[in-house]
Design a protein around this ligand. Structure first.
Ligand code: DON
Length: 561
């Protein structure tokens, strides 16, 4: 209690030069922050009942499949970074994979042109889902509570319903015409002409599916009744996922991408996500300069930041893809020496347009608007950073017949044609071309940071498609270089550059006109966005106190105890 008071005094008489707001929730034991108040509460309950952070993360994940169907899912995939109390860090890749019958040019017509919408809004848009297998893997490897116990609250929420918040109702109403395109989807998500705050949202089919999974585990989903329902849905909608695609799905445990930024150790997601590598590239380049005595969001802060971002994204487009299929020069890309060379052509007075800026030179030797992020920390110091998605909001809009859950449209994250932008404007080449059983490149960046004394310090992540990586980079720099607490760091306005298109995106009305006109007089093209990301993050104070921050941009919920 004393240490909480100490922290509050620190916040009130803020030592940092920037305005501080209290983190949404502060606790000595555990913390959860997610896009849904129901899911966050379920996570905290698991922690209070003696579950560890991994148990809570699994329970939160299943709850999001009920209360946040925009992105929480059984029919999609994601990534998890886990730091155990002993300081060991592992990652679990439960990204969707391309079905066996997928092929390189499957979204092109006979003239080689992209068939509009096919990789996004048809049954062909779905990769083989990974979430249920990923959660089961995490449970078997790190969980302590029974599987059945972790699913129980979600089954109840689906069976008995939950009251729609303003945001839930607004999202459902806004996507009504999208749901009406699929009769199974319409039955569930457009059952009412209009949803209002407080309406009870019951999902009977989803409850049955969750119950089957709670009894039969991932085997049920991938080989049992649910798999039959997915195949039936493929027949109805003309999709290509088969029984054997489902039976063959495997999550993969991988070493994290590990690097240091100003003595802090970062652990982030390796491919199939580009997140960890690009985050390392951005921060390594920034480490070559100092932000001491640089004003927050001044030109001298934003310009080098966007220059490091665009170099990282140019490399992403060229080099990154599923490492089981393509040789990614990871250790070079995340090295300090590469960052120095990569950033050496940065000149604040001479802007190189993206069209003249290719990827970096790599020597290939010695190289062996909808997602959701949540963070969990327990009293033992275990931490979990999870980002999950269907890709687009409500995925491809197709609900599996009788199973009550939506399918993803993650296939669009492949480079469906070299140079053709995906739904986030990202381009790619051969490294991210479609192949059977290959994972499509992601930007999801669940990240855990240790302080210079190797204590757990930050649990970070965000949705936002291509902007995820730059959101995480900015939050880290806001805390480490600009001395903000996690809530300020999360709430601070965001900007973004991804090489192509050659634009600086910035959140509307949140940057000084002086900085914006400086940047544009230097030759940058600027483009406004209403908001970027929803970073639900946790900071651990030196005394072990957890500061849980929900991103104020959406209606997220941070809890702690
Ligand atoms: O894996 C990816 O990078 C994308 N499918 C994530 C999509 C996303 O973040 C949408 N969020 N708002």
């Amino acid at each position: 209690m004393k240490s909480i008071l100490k922290y509050l005094l620190f916040v009130v008489f803020n030592i940092s030069p920037l305005v501080a707001v209290f983190p949404d929730a502060i606790g000595e034991n555990g913390a959860v922050t997610s896009s849904s108040k129901h899911a966050s509460q379920i996570g905290i309950d698991v922690l209070k009942n003696g579950g560890n952070a991994i148990d809570a993360a699994i329970a939160v994940g299943f709850a999001l499949s009920v209360t946040f169907p925009n992105a929480g899912n059984l029919g999609g995939g994601g990534f998890m970074v886990i730091r155990t109390s002993s300081g060991e860090v592992r990652t679990i890749d439960f990204r969707e994979v391309a079905p066996e019958n997928a092929f390189r040019d499957m979204y092109l017509d006979e003239n080689g042109d992209v068939i509009s919408g096919m990789s996004l809004y048809t049954a062909h848009a779905s990769g083989v889902p990974g979430t249920v297998a990923g959660f089961e893997y995490a449970h078997e490897r790190f969980g302590t509570k029974s599987w059945n116990y972790l699913l129980r609250p979600s089954i109840q929420l689906a069976t008995n319903g939950f009251e729609l918040s303003f945001r839930d109702a607004m999202y459902l109403n806004a996507s009504r015409s999208f749901f009406l395109r699929d009769k199974e989807s319409a039955k569930i998500f457009a059952a009412q002409d209009n949803y209002s705050v407080g309406d009870l949202f019951i999902q009977k089919d989803l409850a049955k599916t969750l119950r089957r999974i709670s009894i039969g585990g991932a085997d049920e989903f991938y080989k049992g009744v649910t798999s039959d329902m997915i195949v039936q849905c493929m027949k109805r909608t003309g999709g290509i996922i088969t029984k054997s695609d489902l039976a063959n799905y495997r999550p993969i445990e991988r070493d994290p991408i590990t690097f240091k930024y100003r003595d802090y150790t970062f652990y982030s997601m390796p491919p199939a996500s580009s997140g960890g590598i690009c985050l390392a590239e951005i921060l390594n380049q920034l480490e070559t300069i100092s932000f001491d005595s640089v004003g927050f969001h001044s030109t001298n802060h934003i310009q080098p930041f966007v220059e490091s971002e665009r170099r990282a994204y140019a490399d992403r487009a060229e080099f990154l893809g599923d490492t089981d299929f393509t040789d990614v020069p990871i250790s070079t890309l995340i090295s300090k020496s590469y960052a120095e060379i990569r950033f050496s052509d940065y000149d604040q007075y001479k802007i190189i347009p993206s069209s003249d800026m290719g990827p970096g030179e790599i020597e290939r030797y010695d190289e062996s608007d909808e997602t959701t992020h949540y963070s969990v920390v327990d009293k033992w110091g275990n931490a979990v950073s999870v980002t999950i998605t269907l890709n687009g909001k409500y995925g491809n809009g197709i609900v599996v017949d009788g199973a009550g859950f939506l399918l993803n449209n993650e296939m669009d994250d492949f480079s469906i044609k070299p140079g053709h932008p995906n739904m986030y404007g990202l381009v790619g080449k051969e490294a991210n071309a479609i192949a059977p059983y290959k994972r499509m490149l992601s930007s999801m960046t669940p990240t855990i940071v240790d302080d210079p004394e190797d204590n757990l310090f930050l649990v970070l992540g965000s949705p936002g498609g291509s902007t995820i990586i730059t959101t995480v980079a900015q939050i880290a720099v806001n805390v480490i270089d600009f001395g903000m607490n996690i809530q300020d760091a999360v709430n601070a306005p965001r900007f973004h550059h991804q090489w192509l298109p050659d634009l600086i995106f910035f959140e509307s009305d949140r940057f000084s006109s002086e900085t914006l006109s400086n940047l544009s007089s230097k030759g940058y093209e600027l483009s406004e966005r209403k908001s970027i990301g929803e970073a639900n993050c946790i900071q651990i104070g030196s005394s072990g106190i957890k500061f849980s921050a929900a991103d104020s941009r959406r209606a997220a919920c941070a809890l702690a105890y």
